[in-house]
Design a protein. Sequence first.
Lengths: 347, 243
Amino acid sequence: MQLAGQQSNRLIGSTDRLKLIGLLLLAALLLAAIGYQASISGRDASLVMSVFATRFLGIFVEAAPFLLLGSITSGLIETFVKSDDIMRILPRNRLGAALGGAFLGLVFPVCECGVVPVARRLFSKGTPVSLGVAFLLAAPFMNPIVFASTFIAFGFGPVFIGRIIVTILVAVIVGVVLGSFAKPAAALKPIALGGGHDDHAHCEGETPSTRARLLDALGIAADEFFEMGRFLIFGSILAALMQTLIAQESLLALGTGPVFSVLFMQILAYVLSVCSTVDSFLALAFVNSFTTGAIVSFLSFGPMVDIKSTLMFTGVFRRRIVLYLILLPFVMNLLAGALINLMLGYA
Amino acid sequence: MTAARHEYEAQIDRIDWAKSLILFGMGVYLTLLMLTGNLDNYINLRFAWLVVVGALLFFLLGLVNLHSCLRPQAKAHSHQHYQISWDIILVLAFPLLLAILIPSRALGVEAVNGGVSLSPVGVSSVTRSPLDRNILDWLREFDRAATPAQFNGSPVDVIGFVYREPLHPDDGFMIARFTLSCCVADAFPIGMPVMAAGEYEAGEWLRVQGQLKAMAFGAEFLPVVLAEAVERVDEPRQPYLYP
């Protein structure tokens, strides 16, 4: 009962009220920014607002179905899939394991939010570090749903192909490197080393009916949609605001340097924390003003590491490993993006 | 049961109802977009099927959520994965609020940021006869051509909105459209220059008929439409051109 009281306090407590006030302040800032833009450009504020609304809702309408598909897949995996079955068929030597891990997303279609719990479950079953890390970094992109959204946004072109190559390369290399230098006990927190929670269908010892599990899966999917939807909405607001308020020339100034543009987009990807199922649609907003290498790095780095996955990493890995997990992909994606720009002839 | 626990469960209950409301609301919103044709304002209609899928999934999740609201014993088993709080509900309500409060409009002249491009978007080998070409088709033809003069005398019949820049000559403006590959996130304004006597305001939708002639326009030498007939028209049902 004590616990329930604390939870109740948490639900309606002061942090929540602070968050609500913060949200209202953000909304006020949004209106102020739009009003300011209208006044300096001599346009009607309602017109600027309507341009913003159209741009925002366009991204949201196109992205929402993918976020729903991702959430439902995540719910289904949570309730129906046993990680043992997959573990049995995967290679155990370091490079093989890392490669296997990089492609595991094709059968375990999870986005970056679903990937950490699944990776943790894999580790607790004794998975090699290289496999787990490669899976963690690659799976949010290397899965059918994200292939589909990337294809719809960019078609089969340099961005799509670049995203695949860079993702696999970075994931495998980081997997092999961390796998060589860190034994599981040194890399993982005790909680992820086994003895942790098993799969979902467990609590009363009996297996619930398929119908009950399906309902459970869809319930989890709805929660996942709400939890991830807010990152999509914040990201879309920022992208739409940027397109509406910032002059194209200023964006071009940021977006044309072959290295700086990549750096800028990677930091943006980290901050935005948008789900990998929908980040392609956000990246579209930058296509007209940023280098192709920057777009590719945004799309390959974002799903690997961002604010929310960093938080989740700290629940699985020891602190030093978390640092490597952020820095190695950051540097490698930066190099890859700059190289792509060089090859495509951005001076 | 203590009062605190009652209060806790009542909170969860209210949040569950709010979740159902938002899920159904989004399903209804997507459905209305399709029924009213306003979907044209947001995405390339090639991907309209995605919105159908989205609406169906929203209704499905909404129903499941409603089911657990109405039958609390069904919830007893389900694991609380995350506890969704009110601030998340508020954030998720934002798209719906925007959709309700602000009338749906396609991007127009006020959305042009950094000028209208004279270069085409995407590639296509389809060649239409001159009078069937839209602004995008014409820019593609210009892009392929050896010299701007090769179009002299070609008849033109295009629809677009008026876009003006200080550099344009007195009777000149550009007739422009937004292109859309995927959704408005990649909307890109393109246009062709027009010489036409008469007062036309920026943003007005016009149908311009005339002939092409290579000449200087602003700082460039390029094919310009010499208008013979200019007609004010309504914004087309499909406001964007799809590359």
